[in-house]
Design a protein around this ligand. Sequence first.
Ligand code: NCD
Ligand code: ZN
Length: 346
Amino acid sequence: MDRITIRKPDDWHLHVRDNDMLRAALPHTAKNFGRAILMPNLVPPVCTSAEAAAYRTRAMAVLPEGSTFKPLMTCYLTDATDPDDVERGFKDGIFTGVKLYPANATTNSAAGVTDYKKIEPVLARMEKIGMRFLMHAEEVDPAVDVFDREAVFLERRLTPWLKSFPGLKFIVEHLSSKIGVEFVRAHAPQVGASITPYHLQLNRTDWLGWGNRPYMYCMPVIKSEADRLALRDAATTGDVCFFLGTDSAPHAVAKKLAVVGAAGLFNAPVAIETYAQVFDEEGKLENLEAFASLNGPRHYNMAPNEETITLARESWIAPEEIKVVGPEERALIYRGGETIPWKVVG
Ligand code: NCD
Ligand code: ZN
């Protein structure tokens, strides 16, 4: 197969930041995707329905003329989140879901959850109104090894919630491990998971084996080859519980290359092309549409997009960086300078 037309994909996990970075980053997603869930980990975070409505307006303002792209908003969960505001935001069509960041698990998560008891009223409300719960599913207990954070979270946090909130639908964001794949399969359809391009492509030897590569550093960290193979199988079989979420996360180059470097990779300019390459390598291109365009909307109880895009086997070279007008200057692109074998042609 040298050419494939699929319904327009959606990105169920995207960071586009704010201000100058938002202006530079969002058009790269709006070009090929119908919708994307904009993550709320701004500084300060997007915690209320009013803040999310304002952020959505700022996002819409940077879209190219005539764009039909739709940003979907999330509520940044804290120990103090008000269930009434969450419900209001959901019913008014502002919030698509609530996003959990365990405090200090990742970029801009300092205001995240520290006391899991305190968020139970929010989860109960979400269960009642049919709202989705998106999780940065990593345990931040310092006694837990960074490579085991996902597995421990699933056992210690998510397993009890599945029983206490049987009507609540969960999403394990950026699924990164074989244990995680098995967990999600065992608990579908209550649990779904988004999978990034870089967890499908890289293992930890790529990241650390030939020099320390900060442009392979993200949270959850890239894991072993066995984990990568399990994720490729999960994504490409077309199972309804797995769907596209790029976790594209631009950072100014100075922050990525600092002594304590920022976690996150900017992959939006090569995202759908990279997924197509992975599905092609696995001989499963026929399942790309399910993963990219059908399974996500189904988990969120939304209709898939009506528009289509066409990808062709046609090589091009990924740009190295995007310019950012303002103090952040530029952000390097995941796979920048590499030859990409698939191209969006329509
Ligand atoms: C993300 C970011 O930069 O905002 N970073 C990352 O490593 N994935 C946050 C996140 O999704 O964890
Ligand atoms: Zn993310």
